[in-house]
Design a protein around this ligand. Structure first.
Ligand code: NAI
Length: 328
């Protein structure tokens, strides 16, 4: 089987792609044993995703530092506290002392700072989760590159940017990869690990190990627009908006139809409210700019209006639906 494939592919450029994917598959199989060299995680950006990554890492015994402005690190700690309260109540329903100890232990694993230089001083791994803007992310990594030890691995949690474009701002493209968590991080099993042309196998292996240590299931994704999940998900979300805007189908009917007819656990409008409508808008605008002719990436007036009115979904308490509690 192997020799037949090789023969067919030998003369084409597909061979190197095939061999690269084979290597990745082998790394996937080999990984998972031995001690991890990653202990200190620095999360830059303490918003929805940064809080989630910080919590998941601290919960699994990593020492975590969150870097953001003071008011945001405070909000980050509040949202981690809320989430841990829920988990502790489920885990220790009749043992308040154990529940408190569980929360305190995790809290003790998390520090915060507003200074990137301080946050990166002893980092083994940096996970960047700041706003979805290429020049802001590049600026963050320029500073992190100066402040971090030589061996620190850098990752971006970007949903829509090309990892290689962000990595360019650092002196360590071999130690740079994408690590795409899903929201809410505590509940979502999948992590896409994005290996660029320059990411070393060693970096990739260490990231596999880290994500498995978090109890996640990693998949290897190419460094292309939207990786795997968002490349398929966002055209579907935008198509749902168009069906609502131009097809005069109600939001609730679309959500109900996709849940009961297609078996999806959530409808597209519920998903957008969870992601954050500002994030959806920025992502699709970026793709539209890159591929202006592609109708799948056309912007939506309703989405733009909601963002303008600061109706961003669950995080602000209102989006396509209303929520009793905001995330912050
Ligand atoms: P968010 O708006 O909740 O949080 C962004 C945080 O970055 C804010 O706390 C802000 O103060 C901070 N920040 C901005 N500039 C900074 C800087 N220079 N230094 C330190 N902190 C800075 O955004 P969210 O949703 O957490 O998204 C973060 C990243 O994760 C984005 O790249 C997004 O595309 C990606 N992502 C988002 C998902 C979602 O469902 N919201 C899912 C997966 C990835």
């Amino acid at each position: 089987m192997f020799s037949v494939c090789t023969k067919t592919l030998r003369s084409s450029s597909k061979l190197s792609t095939y061999i690269r994917s084979l290597t990745t598959a082998q790394i996937f199989q080999q990984d998972g044993n031995g001690k991890s060299s990653i202990k200190n995680i620095t999360v830059i950006g303490g918003g929805i995703m940064g809080s989630g990554v910080a919590q998941a890492s601290a919960q699994n015994g990593f020492s975590v530092t969150v870097v953001d402005k003071d008011e945001y690190t405070q909000k980050c700690m509040v949202s981690i506290r809320k989430s841990l309260d829920i988990i502790a109540k489920k885990k220790f329903p009749d043992e308040p002392k154990s529940a408190r100890k569980f929360i305190d232990t995790i809290f003790n694993n998390i520090k915060t700072t507003r200074k990137i230089e301080v946050g990166c001083e002893t980092a083994d791994l940096v996970v960047e989760a700041v706003v979805e803007n290429l020049s802001i992310k590049q600026d963050v990594f320029r500073k992190a590159d100066q402040a971090s030890p030589e061996n620190t691995i850098f990752t971006s949690n970007t949903s829509s940017l090309i990892i290689e474009d962000i990595a360019k701002s650092t002196s360590r493209p071999d130690k740079f990869a994408g690590i795409h968590f899903f929201n809410p991080v505590w509940n979502m099993k999948l992590v896409e690990i994005i290996k660029t042309q320059s990411t070393s196998d060693d970096t990739f292996k260490k990231l596999l190990r880290y994500t498995k240590d978090l109890g996640k299931v990693p998949v290897s994704s190419p460094d292309t627009l939207g990786f795997i999940v968002n490349r398929l998900l966002f055209p579907y979300l935008m198509e749902s908006l168009r069906l609502h805007e131009h097809g005069h189908v109600s939001i609730t009917d679309i959500d109900t139809a996709m849940k009961l007819g297609a078996g999806y656990p959530k409808g597209p409008f519920e998903i957008m409210d969870i992601i954050g409508l500002d994030t959806v808008k920025v992502l699709i605008e970026g793709w539209h700019k890159k591929e202006p002719e592609n109708p799948l990436f056309f912007p939506s007036e309703i989405l733009n209006k909601l963002v303008l009115d600061y109706k961003l979904g669950q995080k602000t308490g209102i989006g396509f639906y209303k929520y009793k509690h905001t995330l912050y």
